[in-house]
Structures are given as structure tokens and as C-alpha cells.
Design a protein around this ligand. Structure first.
Ligand SMILES: NC(=O)c1ccc[n+]([C@@H]2O[C@H](COP(=O)([O-])OP(=O)(O)OC[C@H]3O[C@@H](n4cnc5c(N)ncnc54)[C@H](O)[C@@H]3O)[C@@H](O)[C@H]2O)c1
Length: 256
């Protein structure tokens, strides 16, 4: 690693999850002081990858908790340069099967959480010379997987919010981008595999439909997030960066 983030302070929500954990690890390795925000400091179902960064407990749906968490960073470090909004959930249902409570919950975490964390981080980000926000969209914000109706809607909202924030805050020196992963090997993806199907068979089928013949890893996401927050990406803002092994580039072929 090359110390690209030396001296910077980063906040990663969902920082103990599959993607967030890899992002925290990469940022720490690059010299940043990292706050991994989440609901609990346990393993969150992520196997094999030790946690990185200082745990900060807050629920992204609670404005009071978000304000308190960001205030704690300000009093401890006096600065914040990077925000990664990686907290998220998935609900595997059609619109018809989704209750209003589930709809409200997924929007509260995936969309409102991104809004609240970004909103309250902005005053400190304005004071940084390297300010960058990375939101977690999804290729599901462009195209739909079956039975992910509410999830797809939240990711479309995150994409629109990303562009709007980039336009509003570009002149303040704050870049805002979204990464839009496809199939990435995290606890969230395992949950997506159909009930009753052997996970090994589900994985083989997922790999088959990808032009690269493989699904992604949390490290793949962390590599893109790292580039987006680095000075090399100084001219990149307001964009939706798809990272999906080419699956959304391809019309699915029939199996003969
Ligand atoms: N894994 C994939 O294939 C994939 C693909 C596209 C997009 N994404 C997106 O990547 C992001 C990270 O997903 P992941 O795969 O790491 O999932 P994950 O389930 O491993 O991690 C999500 C994290 O969010 C945290 N979280 C949930 N509700 C929260 C709340 N109210 N407050 C604070 N934290 C909360 C969870 O505790 C968990 O640590 C999500 O936004 C997801 O939609 C994932």
C-alpha cells in the first residue's frame, strides 16, 4: 500500500459488513484514521476478514444518533475527509408481497441513512481539501433482479441523490460518486440465493452468467472506493460506477 490516505479521517457506515469491512481495511492500510459505523461491533456474518478501524455505534436511520456519531468524530479528530455510505439491507420480495413497514424500513436504511449521514458530515467535509463521499448504489438501480422491488427502488433513489449532491457541493470542493456493484460475495448475496438451492450450485450458476465467469469480492469494491476517494480521482464526480463483472453488458443467452 502506498499511504494515499495518510492523515485523512474517514467514516464508513455499515463498516462491519462485507463491503464496509473491506473498505475500512483498505483505508487503514492506506494510512487513514477510519471510523466503522454500524449497529454492533460483532462479525456481522462476515467470515475470515478481521474488522478494521475504530467502531462507532450509530443507526443510520436515527438523526440523533448520526449527529452524535459525527460530533464524536469532530471532538476526537477535528476533521472528516471521506464518507462512505455502505450500510444497507435487502428485502427479497415483489411489490405485492412487500408490506408498507418493510418498504419504509428499507428506504429508511438505504436512502434516508445515506441522506442523514451525508447531511451532517457536510460541515466538516467543507473544511477538507480532499472531501469525497461514496454512496452504495447497485446495478439493481439500473436493471432489476427478480423479487427485489423495494431494493431496486432504493438504489435508483441513491443514484439520483448522488448526482444531486455532486451538483450542489462540487463548488465547495466535495466530490460525490456512487459505486454500483453486481454480484459480490458478501452475507447479503448469500441471503439472495433461493431457498432450497445448494449455495454451491447457486454460486456456480451466478458465475456462469457473468462474462468474466466469476462474481466479485469485497476487495474489488474496496479497490474502486479507494480510487474514488483518492486524489487520482480529483476530476470524477456525480457518476455511477458499475462494478459487475460485465453482467449488465450482456443479454442472457439460452442454455442449449
Ligand atoms: N453484496 C452485493 O452483492 C451487493 C451488490 C450491490 C450493492 N450492494 C450494496 O453494498 C452495501 C453493503 O452491502 P454488503 O454486501 O456489505 O451487505 P452486508 O449485509 O454484509 O453489510 C451491510 C451492513 O449494514 C449494516 N446496517 C444495516 N442497517 C443499519 C443501520 N440501520 N444503521 C447502521 N448500519 C446498518 C449491517 O449491520 C451490515 O454491517 C449495501 O448498500 C448493498 O445494498 C451489495
Amino acid at each position: 500500500m502506498t499511504g494515499t490516505l495518510e492523515g485523512r479521517v474517514a467514516l464508513v457506515t455499515g463498516g462491519r459488513g462485507g463491503a464496509g469491512r473491506a473498505v475500512c481495511r483498505r483505508f487503514v492500510d492506506e494510512g487513514a484514521h477510519v471510523y466503522a459505523a454500524g449497529l454492533s461491533d460483532d462479525d456481522d456474518g462476515v467470515e475470515g476478514e478481521p474488522p478494521a478501524g475504530e467502531f462507532l455505534r450509530f443507526d443510520v436511520t436515527s438523526e440523533d444518533e448520526v449527529i452524535a456519531g459525527i460530533a464524536a468524530i469532530e471532538s476526537a479528530r477535528g476533521r472528516l475527509d471521506i464518507v462512505v455510505n455502505a450500510a444497507g439491507i435487502e428485502i427479497e420480495k415483489t411489490v405485492e408481497d412487500t408490506s408498507l413497514e418493510e418498504w419504509d424500513r428499507i428506504f429508511a436504511i438505504n436512502v434516508t441513512g445515506t441522506f442523514l449521514t451525508s447531511k451532517h458530515a457536510l460541515p466538516m467535509l467543507r473544511r477538507s481539501d480532499h472531501a469525497s463521499i461514496v454512496n452504495f448504489g447497485s446495478y439493481d438501480g439500473f436493471i432489476a433482479d427478480p423479487k427485489l422491488a423495494a431494493y431496486c427502488a432504493t438504489k435508483g433513489a441513491v443514484h439520483a441523490l448522488t448526482r444531486a449532491m455532486a451538483c450542489d457541493h462540487g463548488r465547495e470542493g466535495i466530490r460525490v460518486n456512487a459505486i454500483c456493484p453486481g454480484y459480490i460475495d458478501t452475507p447479503m448475496l448469500e441471503q439472495f440465493y433461493p431457498d432450497g438451492v445448494d449455495p454451491a450450485d447457486a454460486l456456480a450458476e451466478a458465475e456462469r452468467v457473468h462474462p468474466l465467469g466469476t462474481i466479485g469480492t469485497p476487495t474489488d469494491m474496496a479497490n474502486l472506493v479507494h480510487w474514488l476517494v483518492s486524489d487520482e480521482a480529483r476530476y470524477a464526480t456525480g457518476q455511477l460506477w458499475v462494478l459487475d463483472g460485465g453482467i449488465s453488458a450482456q443479454v442472457q443467452q439460452m442454455r442449449f
